[in-house]
Design a protein around this ligand. Structure first.
Ligand code: NAG
Ligand code: NAG
Ligand code: NAG
Ligand code: NAG
Ligand code: NAG
Ligand code: NAG
Length: 469
């Protein structure tokens, strides 16, 4: 236990200066939007609130103390002015305040003084409540965002209480004469209640997972890399953003480079990814051997004029159907090196160094090796948002086919390259128009688009398949 704790502490200090691979900026516009949603929610829910019973004792000079209980207290009416929330640079947090809040409450009262029990109902109006609270953001040892109260002040303008039933006249007398005391008691309770809310929020933050499984194989670590940074108009969070193998929790051996996400105050929020995030996924898939597939004729639609058999390859490799007439073929397609993404302004580049080993499937199911090709390609892609959809286009910038070895004698590789002109896909859907929200459409040509779920990994895998099928 202790050694692992020490290791994680050392690790935490060592990684303190780590570059974030994902950055999230919350702008003032987003903060104000959040505030309005929150305030609307509070206003809608306040009327449905029934407060827990409030019990206490009041000592009345020589009479000793009278126990009281306020029960079934509910909000009858609430004048909820617009709260204000702003970034507070000096403490790296927020300052929230509400001023001029008024609430009318109604409920029942009970008192007990020795054996004498009494009760009735009451109305309570609290006027001009001002509350100001500042809270700072931080980071805990596990990379969770944390929040804690810095200071709080509460001021209650005035109260009005009306008691009915029982010996309410006596209570009324007490309330009228000790108004200042009651106001003070209320003020004394507001800030602890506010702090309790902040603590509850902090508990939620601590309980939140900062690592999530993305698929059965891959997880993503979204813990903070450094303290949240707050200036007068925005909050910036730097997240680790690396993919790791779920089984071993091993991430990539390379580190994220620095990148700056430009501030765009016109947006509520900006999220930026560095190429490290994509490349860490690539690394994990590659190192686990997942960029390797055995492809056979079953992936090609029966109606296709081209089939994965030795006769179909005749036009490109004339000797193949002569040496191995009418045999089905299979291809082992794999990445030779980790596919690498690089992000440039407005452009995503992807380099794929792949190989294909071709086999003839003998009638007794033995695989006879035919040839091995290296297939090196470069893609560039663009993404943009229009009509609320994230869209993208991908172009193949360069394709180099090299014959590495051949068991069937030499052949013209350039001829074979034509076979790749029309990508054949079974697992991808070809459509003419852009599809639903949260899909990425990759335009293969003027009329064909490939639409995929919005997941970087899927784009990634599909690019891979797109190329090889
Ligand atoms: C609360 O803390 C903030 C930041 O330190 C400070 O500016 C403000 O004056 C404090 N307010 C009170 C009521 O102490
Ligand atoms: C956090 O992760 C653990 C283990 O992966 C899981 O059991 C738990 O349900 C997750 N909690 C939340 C709130 O997602
Ligand atoms: C083709 O591959 C599929 C799955 O990859 C497999 O189920 C099938 O048996 C293979 N067919 C041949 C003829 O090898
Ligand atoms: C090979 O593919 C061609 C189409 O290219 C098809 O006409 C032929 O039937 C296939 N042969 C075998 C053995 O599958
Ligand atoms: C399968 O067939 C091939 C070609 O006919 C032959 O060379 C090979 O020895 C056979 N393998 C087995 C295990 O029968
Ligand atoms: C394509 O890649 C090869 C090998 O990397 C290179 O020699 C060639 O110049 C590239 N062609 C283009 C058009 O970029």
């Amino acid at each position: 236990m202790l050694p692992s704790l020490l290791i994680s502490l050392i690790f935490a200090t060592l990684t303190g200066g780590e570059n974030p691979a994902i950055q999230v900026i919350l702008n003032n516009k987003g903060l104000q939007y959040g505030k309005n949603v929150g305030a609307g929610w509070i206003q809608d829910n306040l009327k449905r609130v029934t407060l827990p019973d409030i019990s206490g004792k009041i000592s009345i000079g020589f009479l000793g103390s009278v126990g009281y209980t306020l029960t079934g207290v509910s909000v009858k009416q609430c004048d909820f002015p617009e709260p204000s929330v702003q970034f507070q640079e000096d403490i790296s947090g927020f300052k929230s305040s509400i001023s001029g809040l008024s609430v009318a409450l109604t409920g029942g009262w009970r008192t007990h003084y020795g054996l004498i029990h009494d009760g009735g109902s009451f109305d309570l109006a609290v006027f001009d409540v001002d509350v100001t609270s500042t809270a700072k953001l931080g980071e805990d040892a596990d990379g969770h965002l944390s929040i804690s109260s810095v200071n709080c002040s509460a001021d209650v303008g005035d109260i009005k209480m009306r008691f009915r039933g029982g010996a309410s006249a006596i209570i009324q007398f007490f309330v009228d004469n000790f108004r200042g005391y009651i106001v003070g008691e209320m003020e004394r309770h507001i800030c602890p209640a506010v702090n309790q809310y902040i603590d509850a929020f902090e508990h939620h933050l601590q309980a939140m997972n900062v690592s999530f499984p993305v698929d059965p194989f891959l997880g993503i670590d979204l813990s903070l890399t450094n303290l949240p940074s707050v200036d007068a108009s925005s909050l910036t969070l730097g997240l680790k953003g690396d993919f790791y193998q779920i089984k071993s929790h091993a991430g990539p051996p390379f580190k994220a480079g620095p990148f700056t996400l430009p501030k765009q105050p016109g947006f509520m929020m900006s999220v930026g990814f560095s190429e490290f995030t994509l490349n860490s996924a690539s690394y994990v898939y590659f190192s686990a051997g997942l960029f390797s597939r055995l492809v056979n004729d079953s992936v090609i639609p029966p109606s296709s004029p081209f089939h994965l058999n030795t006769s179909s390859f005749g036009p490109y490799i004339p000797q193949l159907p002569k040496l191995f007439p009418d045999l089905l073929m299979s291809l082992q397609v794999y990445a030779r090196e980790m596919p690498v993404f690089s992000l440039q302004p407005g452009l995503i580049r992807l380099g794929l160094l792949g190989s294909i080993k071709a086999f003839a499937i003998q009638p007794n199911a033995t695989l006879t090796p035919l040839f091995k090709l290296n297939v090196d390609s470069k893609f560039s892609g663009k993404t943009w948002i229009s009509d609320g959809l994230l869209k993208g286009s991908v172009e193949m910038d360069n394709l180099t086919l090299t014959l590495v070895s051949s068991e069937v004698g030499p052949f013209q590789v350039s001829k074979l390259a034509h076979g790749f002109d029309i990508p054949r896909m079974k697992h991808a859907q070809l459509v003419n128009t852009v599809l639903k929200v949260e899909e990425v459409c990759i335009h293969l040509s003027e009329s064909l688009s490939l639409c995929l779920p919005l997941s970087v990994l899927h784009i990634y895998l599909m690019l891979f398949c797109f190329f090889f099928f």
